[in-house]
Write a protein that binds this ligand. Structure first.
Ligand SMILES: Nc1ncnc2c1ncn2[C@@H]1O[C@H](COP(=O)(O)OP(=O)(O)OP(=O)(O)O)[C@@H](O)[C@H]1O
Ligand SMILES: [Mg+2]
Length: 214
């Protein structure tokens, strides 16, 4: 369960988040909507620890995060899929997926490979396991990025505009994969401008306007 309580964030004098509160249960999908500049990416970056926040709280199951220094405790438990995928260009698909579990979290390599193969099956890319990112289409890279995030078994998985670079067929695939993540009990937070996608996938809609939820 992800709970955000009265979250505030300023950049200089500009108050971008003015007190945001919401809750997403395990196995639930929250979609963040709002015009450009409303604070959507900032919200997700604060939840991920990529950006510090000024006040408020983020609660992950029973762990309270009151500042970015508390974020270390939950590292790996909040996953993020970036708009531009951010795959490691010099690593193959399977190496991209096992890199963080093995190097950062000390997971046994054979075990990590076994799980990575299962995840590649889930995203329908088993045949591309030894390809490098440049050999993949945008939609395929996006699916590898999702598999890579899932490999850490996060409690919360955040997506910033997961469909913006994709065609209809790939949007459907990403939607199916996000559905699988939901079945695995993750709390999912998705920023999107795609209202059709939002309507299809959302259990909960969060409308940000001018730093506040409507
Ligand atoms: N690092 C930063 N330093 C200063 N201002 C920032 C920074 N990051 C974001 N902002 C400002 O915060 C506001 C919210 O930005 P944010 O990226 O969260 O918007 P968004 O809702 O994701 O917009 P979009 O739909 O265009 O992606 C904007 O006015 C932006 O200029
Ligand atoms: Mg944004």
């Amino acid at each position: 369960m992800l709970k955000v309580i009265d979250l505030k964030k300023k950049f200089g004098q500009v108050e971008v988040l003015k007190g945001i509160s919401f809750e997403i249960n395990n196995g639930e999908i929250g979609v963040v909507l709002g015009r450009s500049g409303a604070g959507k990416t900032t919200l997700i970056r604060c939840i991920n620890g990529l950006e510090s926040f000024d006040s408020g709280k983020i609660v992950l199951d029973d762990i309270e995060i009151k500042s970015s220094s508390d974020m270390k405790e939950v590292r790996g438990q909040i996953g993020m899929v970036f708009q531009n995928f951010n795959l490691f260009p010099h690593l193959s698909v399977i190496e991209n997926i096992i890199e963080s579990p093995v190097r950062v979290f000390g997971k046994n390599k054979d075990e990590a490979i076994k799980e990575a193969l299962e995840l590649l099956e889930m995203v329908d890319l088993l045949d591309k396991k030894d390809h490098y990112p440049y050999q993949l289409s945008g939609g395929q890279q996006q699916r590898v990025a999702i598999a890579r995030s899932c490999a850490l078994k996060p409690k919360v998985l955040c997506f910033d505009e997961p469909t913006s670079a994709l065609d209809k067929e790939n949007i459907q695939k990403v939607e199916d994969i996000i559905g699988r993540c939901k079945e695995r009990g993750m709390a999912i937070l998705i920023i999107t401008h795609d209202t059709v996608f939002a309507e299809e996938i959302a259990d909960k809609t969060l409308n940000i306007s001018d730093g506040l939820l409507l």
